[in-house]
Design a protein around this ligand. Structure first.
Ligand code: C2O
Ligand code: CU
Length: 518
């Protein structure tokens, strides 16, 4: 079998003492009493395994496709209303949740490259929130970050042109300091982009049938089946049970030989290592920003919070196959004692696929899926470094009124991201899809060689990212980069960059006035 390798395997380097001290100080400052240093690990939730223990007795919910209208100038218009409601994760037991246009999660938006879209966002919650289009290339004022808050009963209607390749993107709130809780309550949904190149491939694409959204979240449940806050470790909340598209114990009946799953890790802190119960290889065809050059067969597909993967599975008639996540310290890049406390040894049954006795055959896929050009480092305008440590980036916490980086539009940059600590982090950049040029100086493995907007930042590892800031200069509105472990983001592990015309300066945002009402 080709390419059997754990992601991101590497030789550990020496521990730097400062990492531990900073993390401890940050934890203490956060007032987190359940977490303390013990030896070289952090005490948090212990190892969890639900393998073999999940009764797959509930059909997988499929988020509805969002309705849209085309307005007079050809713009495709969607509506999203953030609201509170109740959800029965367990029959007859109501949990209080939030959702878009419903009680939990939100509809799946679909748009094609070249279309202009508008989303009429309204907020029926009693707190302010925002809607960020994760992975989307778009003007900063439409990005839905912490500077585009939507107050209760207010509306916000960002409008932009879809100008990137087919991909599995998603949307979620981004209120500064509150992102974790807004996402954990259920505010998240998928945003699928289509283009002609992808449409020309013989890939499964019947939504909810052979092209299936798989939104994976971990949570806690009380004994009677009510959603409750899970325990918290260094990574953030780590629930001991999974829900997929909001379904507890999900199964999916399939009638096709070839099934495409769009995996989204919409968990706030937990990373997954997805694979199949019979250990067949998992066939990866796309990462955050779109298709890989060719499919890759892996033992496991690792996804940290915010990352997506499209995978294919070939079913045989009548079989039952379980998608699982079996994380190991090696895959997580963590010292085993730290891994054990941060979900790095946890195993889950995720979703059961049940194949019909008769399956519709699938055409063979071509060897080449997409043109993914080599990473071009010949024309780097600027190199920036980002050190991740504690809950800080480059020794700073997020400040809404401070611009950390000013980028010149229409240039290519190298961002060197180093997790200098022994703790897990991640790194997400708004507005762009980037490429990983190297990991600790070596070429990335094939599963990390395509378009990405979020990476797991393995402890004591350096990532060289190359990205191009095509257009949309706006000196007045920043984009964000941050750790996508949402509790870390909320603690301030985030910075702001502004894209400006050559020779221009960024205007720091007026933090008195960050909400928009139209
Ligand atoms: Cu998915 Cu800045 O976030
Ligand atoms: Cu982090």
């Amino acid at each position: 079998m080709p390419a059997q390798r754990p992601s991101l395997a590497r030789t550990p380097r020496l521990r730097r003492p400062r990492a531990a001290t900073t993390a401890f100080a940050a934890l203490a400052a956060g007032g987190l009493v359940a977490v303390a240093f013990a030896g070289c690990g952090i005490v948090g939730p212990g190892a969890v395994s639900t393998v073999g223990e999940v009764d797959f007795d509930t059909p997988l919910a499929i988020p509805p496709l969002a309705e849209s209208t085309i307005d007079a100038d050809g713009t495709r218009v969607f509506s999203l209303d953030a609201r509170a409601g109740t959800t029965e994760f367990t029959p007859g037991v109501e949990s209080r949740t939030w959702g878009f246009n419903g009680a939990y999660l939100g509809p799946t938006l679909v748009a094609a490259r070249g279309e202009r879209v508008r989303v009429d966002v309204t907020n029926s919650l009693d707190v302010a929130t925002s809607v960020h289009w994760h992975g989307m290339h778009l003007p900063a004022e439409t990005d839905g970050g912490p500077h585009q808050m939507v107050e209760p009963d207010a509306a916000w209607s960002p409008e932009w042109d879809i100008d990137q390749q087919a991909a599995t993107l998603w949307y979620h709130p981004h209120p500064h300091g509150e992102t974790e809780s807004h996402v954990a309550r259920g505010l998240a949904g998928m945003f699928l982009l289509q283009d002609e190149d992808e449409a020309a491939l013989p890939l499964p694409r019947e939504y909810g049938v052979d092209d299936v959204p798989v939104i994976v979240q971990d949570s806690g449940f009380s004994a009677d089946g009510r959603l409750e806050d899970p325990r918290t470790g260094f990574a953030g909340r780590l629930g001991d049970e999974l829900i997929v598209n909001g379904t507890r114990g999900p199964f999916l009946e399939v009638g096709d030989e070839l099934v495409r799953l769009r995996l989204l890790n919409a968990s706030t802190a937990r990373s997954y290592a997805f694979g199949w119960s019979d250990d067949r290889p998992i066939e990866l065809i796309a990462t955050d920003g779109g298709l890989l050059a060719a499919s890759v067969e892996l033992d496991r597909v690792m996804l940290s919070p915010g990352e997506r993967a499209e995978v294919l599975v070939r079913m045989t008639p009548g079989e039952r196959l379980t998608l699982q996540s079996t994380m190991t310290p090696e895959i997580a890049g963590m010292n085993p004692s730290i891994a054990g406390m941060n979900g790095g040894t946890d195993a889950f049954d995720v979703l059961e696929l049940r194949a019909a006795e008769q399956l519709d055959p699938a055409p063979e896929l071509p060897d080449r899926l997409a043109d993914v050009p080599p990473v071009d480092t010949t024309d780097i305008a600027t190199t920036r470094t980002f050190a991740l440590d504690g809950f800080e980036i480059n020794d700073d916490e997020m400040e809404m009124g401070r611009i950390d980086e000013t980028v010149t539009v229409d240039t290519t940059e190298r961002w060197v991201v180093e997790n200098t600590s022994q703790m897990p982090h991640s790194f997400h950049v708004h507005d762009v899809q980037f490429r990983i040029a190297s990991i600790d100086g070596a070429a990335p493995p094939p599963e990390l060689a395509g378009w990405k907007d979020t990476i797991f930042a393995s402890p004591e590892t350096e990532y060289e990212l190359v990205m191009r800031f095509e257009d949309s200069a706006d000196p007045n509105t920043p984009y964000m980069y941050h750790c996508h472990l949402l509790w870390h983001e909320d603690q301030g592990m985030m910075g702001q960059f502004t894209v400006v015309e050559p020779g221009h300066e960024a205007t720091p945002p007026n933090t008195e006035e960050t909400s928009h009402e139209h």
